[in-house]
Design a protein around this ligand. Structure first.
Ligand SMILES: [Zn+2]
Length: 189
């Protein structure tokens, strides 16, 4: 075998759809998320029977809203809500490519962002002299960065740990399920 001198530009210069630009870590998570659907309904069932757009739109937004509202892990699957949202869109997009979507979107709307964007801009202009504190999840007492007793945050953070205890116990059980699924998948491979 001869060694061809390689052009460093080759890696981004090949004019074909690349896979090397994709995150293998995220793809592997999607693989596990889709294993759940495969185990329940049969692999690639969405390609055979098709999908209704609203189902995947709703699922995607439910996962995004849950994540945005502070739930890291989907209790049903033990996976990140972000992974679940991406996976819903992967199925929807595949169905679009295969012409297997029942497109039940609403009749299209008049453009609404231009007016809303200028309204948002006006609000910011009106309050340009103020600089209030913007609260984030880091203002909350969470085990990832706070080691406090529930109800006694020593850093003065918003404390919802008591509310979260039951949910986190559930999450831990689901995570263990996901780990076992991943393990048996590895053994089967
Ligand atoms: Zn704390």
């Amino acid at each position: 075998m001869t060694n061809k001198p390689t052009n460093p530009k080759d890696s981004i210069g090949i004019r074909k759809a690349p896979m090397s630009t994709v995150s293998a870590a995220v793809m592997a998570e999607i693989g596990v998320a889709m294993l759940e659907g495969a185990a329940k309904y049969g692999r690639h069932n969405y390609r055979a029977v098709g999908v209704r757009a609203s189902v995947y739109y709703d699922a995607t937004l439910r996962h995004l809203f849950s994540w945005w509202e502070g739930e890291d892990v989907d209790p049903d699957s033990g996976m990140s809500h972000i992974t679940k949202a991406i996976t819903s869109l992967v199925v929807l997009r595949d169905a679009m490519i295969q012409s297997k979507v029942e497109d039940d979107r609403a009749p299209s709307s008049k453009a609404f962002y231009p007016a809303l964007n200028s309204a948002a801009g006006s609000i910011l202009d009106r309050h340009a002299d103020k600089s209030p504190k913007h609260y984030t999840i880091e203002d909350e007492c969470r085990s990832s960065y706070c080691e406090c007793e529930p109800g006694k945050c020593s850093s003065g953070r918003i404390d919802k740990r008591a509310d979260h205890v039951a949910a986190m116990t559930e999450h831990a059980a689901r995570e263990e399920d996901a780990r076992l699924i991943a393990e048996s998948n590895r053994e089967a491979a």
